[in-house]
Write a protein that binds this ligand. Sequence first.
Ligand SMILES: [Zn+2]
Ligand SMILES: [Zn+2]
Length: 370
Amino acid sequence: MEEKNADINLSLQCINCGAVLYYEPGTSYLKCNYCGTSNEIERSQKEDVRSLDFDEFVESTAIPPKDGMEAFVVQCKNCGANTTLPAGITSDTCAFCDSPLILSMAHNERILKPHYILPFLLNDLEAEKRFRQWLGNLWFAPNALIKNVKQIHRDHFKGMYLPHWAYDTKTKTTYQGQRGTYYWVTERYTTVENGQRVTRSRQVRRTRWHSVYGQVSCTFKDVLVLASHSLSRKVADRLEPWQLAKLQVFDERYMSGFRSETYSIDARQGLELAKVKMESTIIGAVRRDIGGDEQLINHHENQYSNIKLKYNLFPIWISSFKFKGKLYQIAINASTGEVIGERPYSIAKIVFAIIGFLILMAILYVLLQG
Ligand SMILES: [Zn+2]
Ligand SMILES: [Zn+2]
């Protein structure tokens, strides 16, 4: 045990001075904060990113997992998020809900080793810059909030790796439905013109329905599901896309200096969420297959085969704050720089804006009439 820990730490030690190293976002090296030396993360030959068989994976992830690694984990008593901590942290608040973490409760745990990691591409300075731009667009936010949020600076953002499942699968869907084809008929009607009752005709659109049935196949690659509940799903889904081309075979060194969350939605539960995400694509394929001008789907059944998955970590900068007793999260995708923030609206400001707009319209109307 001791031996193994020493081994892990060795790769996080500066080759020059022995200090603890931190991963430098956007690079392939660890940086020493003491002597400034860059320590390259040497990679084994470029391995292709590949997925694992779903069934085999589910069987192999008993607790504790066979393919695991040791991590220093603490659970937030308020929101339940399980996160790892960077070395040397003595006090901390939860990145997701801003509650104090009880570090005396932190412990070493054997957790499932991720397959791939998307290293941080943006550092805290760049994250703060994106955040300032986002702030400039805070229309209709309450003044008190703007004052609060303006005080958030880069120290309030925590670098966090979020657990994601990525699924690949082929689907076969049998369906039964109706194809609607438009046709036009001439309809006669009576109306009054110049005080006279007259008969006129007009073209009216009708739909003819035919029963249809058939089968469609779809191929899915990297359907992503956030494997935890800590980040609101509204925020999580809008953080996509991720720069998957920059995915690296997992290496603990990319985590140095950052936090990471462990999964709380397992691979089976995640698959059900992935199926929900795939449904709109499948329905679209069925509609195209039915053809015609309108489609009705009475019944359809999906079969999923060749299901594969990857367990990935994706990087975000996150800050959470409370405003009038409600929690708000601001997350920045640390690969694309996209800022997704929850924010309250000021009803008063919106009402005033609408009134202002109506007054302006009234003035314009009067001017144009005159
Ligand atoms: Zn050094
Ligand atoms: Zn929390």
